[in-house]
Design a binder for this molecule. Structure first.
Ligand SMILES: *[C@@H]1O[C@H](CO)[C@@H](O)[C@H](O)[C@H]1NC(C)=O
Ligand SMILES: *[C@@H]1O[C@H](CO)[C@@H](O)[C@H](O)[C@H]1NC(C)=O
Ligand SMILES: *[C@@H]1O[C@H](CO)[C@@H](O)[C@H](O)[C@H]1NC(C)=O
Ligand SMILES: *[C@@H]1O[C@H](CO)[C@@H](O)[C@H](O)[C@H]1NC(C)=O
Length: 465
């Protein structure tokens, strides 16, 4: 096969169910490649528009990488954060199309037969991807889907200064404009296809200039999503948004920063300098404990949501309550916590995912208030899992995850069109999404201690009012 044919054969055939060779251990989980791309393909109105965008530099094919992934019913939503210029659409839904004409695709050859291609369809539409229009989406890294209400909570940090890595050998990202639009959250009804609510964060919460609203989880109250907990990877904060009162506040703590010890990360032939702090966050299924880590760092930290809610940005109260509960085997990006109390986390240096069975380590007290991560185990790993980015558990027992190859995207050579760069995988875990029970019954997690927390936070709330 020549290079073009090879590229087409490995990229464009959309849904590829690759059975991994099963190892000696018959119990070991088998990850499946659900989608893979060399370069991402967007669904343009027509080829004229696509070529015009290419000519103007508004579309630069090798600058787009899938990062975020969330699911709703049979839909797969993905984000392509605008980390470099030329990303046409930052939030998308995957669609399969049979293309009769491959000429316009990035790896196409004009005499190829029609293929079943997975495209990124701008979500909710092209208009919402317009740069410089602050009502539209500027740079979306993450979103969360409330599976009960069918609402997507979209976090848009604005099109702003990039990671700004000054290391030699890095692509220059300093040309990206600064502070074009303020950061916001948009709540979108997937079934009705309409915006339900928009909230713009005040600069008193997010700051100005260098910040990056990154990952989001939702806390439920009385069966409805009320709180969004959001990591800020460059200002090193946890931002809390309360939908009910339409207000927000934030916390910062030294353990949210980038740890200088872990700033150099080698994946394959690429050594990346990490300047990024708190990123992956996860919430327990009773919505009572938030877990987080920095990308540059291995510490796993736990904070009670009752504190996040009641202390309203008081860093002293936060510092008194946060606990570092263990060390991960490697720096990581995303995390996901299942309703059976398993924490899955991206292990960047290990090209895979590690698993912590949280209940195993509850110890003699049996309380999540004193749990420490003592047992963690490799869950999956594969040479192709370069930069496990975002993890999400569906309602049917599968963990889905994206591998974004950011090590390559940020390297001098960037991503190349002749090899697979981006994958979406799934693997059976026999667990369900942390939001499966909107109104969790008071179970093992709700010891008398946690009931006390609830009443204490009610007390705080009353005190604050
Ligand atoms: C294209 O692939 C998708 C995913 O496997 C499948 O659901 C769809 O039926 C395929 N379309 C055609 C026309 O074969
Ligand atoms: C392509 O799409 C654009 C935008 O929808 C439209 O204005 C234009 O007329 C279309 N061009 C062709 C050749 O279909
Ligand atoms: C590293 O570079 C060498 C030499 O170019 C190449 O053969 C090898 O495949 C690369 N390894 C990875 C993991 O990309
Ligand atoms: C991306 O593609 C453009 C246009 O083909 C090319 O000029 C540029 O060198 C590529 N950048 C990287 C980092 O590969």
């Amino acid at each position: 096969m020549n290079l073009i044919q090879y590229a087409v054969s490995v990229t464009m055939i959309s849904v590829i169910w690759v059975q991994m060779p099963s190892g000696a251990d018959s119990e070991s989980p088998v990850p499946l490649v659900v989608y893979q791309w060399n370069l991402l393909e967007f669904e343009w109105p027509n080829d004229t528009v696509k070529q015009a965008n290419k000519a103007s530099g508004e579309y630069i094919p090798n600058n787009s990488a899938i990062n975020g992934i969330k699911l709703y019913k049979d839909k797969v939503f993905v984000t392509v954060p605008r980390l470099f210029p030329g990303v046409p659409s930052t939030l998308n839904v995957l669609v399969n199309v049979i293309s009769p004409d491959m000429t316009s695709y990035n790896v196409a050859s004009s005499n190829m037969p029609s293929l079943n291609v997975t495209l990124l369809r701008p979500y909710p539409n092209w208009e919402m991807q317009t740069l410089w229009n602050c009502d539209a989406l500027q740079r979306v890294q993450s979103m969360e889907v409330d599976p009960h209400a069918g609402l997507m909570w979209i976090v848009d940090t604005g099109y702003r200064e990039n990671m700004g890595n000054p290391a030699p050998g890095y692509r220059d990202v300093t040309t990206v404009p600064k502070d074009a639009c303020p950061p916001k959250i948009i709540i979108f009804d997937i079934n009705k296809h309409s915006i339900v609510h928009k909230y713009t964060f005040p600069s008193s919460v997010t700051g100005v200039g260098r910040f990056y609203l990154n990952d989001i989880v939702l806390g439920f109250e009385n069966g409805a999503a009320r709180y969004a907990y959001i990591s800020d990877t460059l200002a090193f904060k946890i931002v809390v948004y309360d939908y009910k009162t339409d207000s927000s506040w934030a916390y910062s703590h030294p353990n949210m920063a980038a740890d200088p010890v872990y700033m150099k990360l080698t994946i394959g032939n690429d050594t990346t300098t990490l300047v990024t702090g708190i990123n992956g966050i996860a919430l327990s299924p009773d919505y009572q404990y938030l877990y987080y880590s920095s990308v540059a760092g291995v510490g796993l930290h736990q904070i009670k949501t009752s504190v996040l809610i009641s202390a309203r940005g008081d860093n002293v109260k936060f510092a008194a309550a946060v606990r570092t509960i263990g060390s991960k085997v490697s720096p990581g990006d995303g995390m996901a916590y299942g309703s059976a109390h398993n924490l899955y986390y991206s292990a960047l240096g290990k090209n895979g995912i590690y698993k912590w069975d949280v209940r195993k380590d509850l110890g003699s007290t049996g309380s999540f208030d004193s749990v420490e991560m003592k047992t963690q185990a490799k869950f999956v790993s594969d040479a192709r899992m370069e930069w496990v980015d975002t993890l999400v558990i569906d309602g049917a027992g599968f963990l889905w995850f994206s591998t974004s190859r950011l090590n390559k995207l940020f390297s001098e050579g960037g991503v190349q069109r002749y090899e697979p760069n981006f994958y979406i995988w799934k693997v059976y875990v026999g667990d369900t999404n942390y939001m499966t029970a909107a109104n969790p019954t008071l179970g093992a997690g709700s010891t008398p201690a946690s009931i006390l927390i609830i009443s204490l936070s009610a007390l705080f709330a009353a005190y604050l009012v």
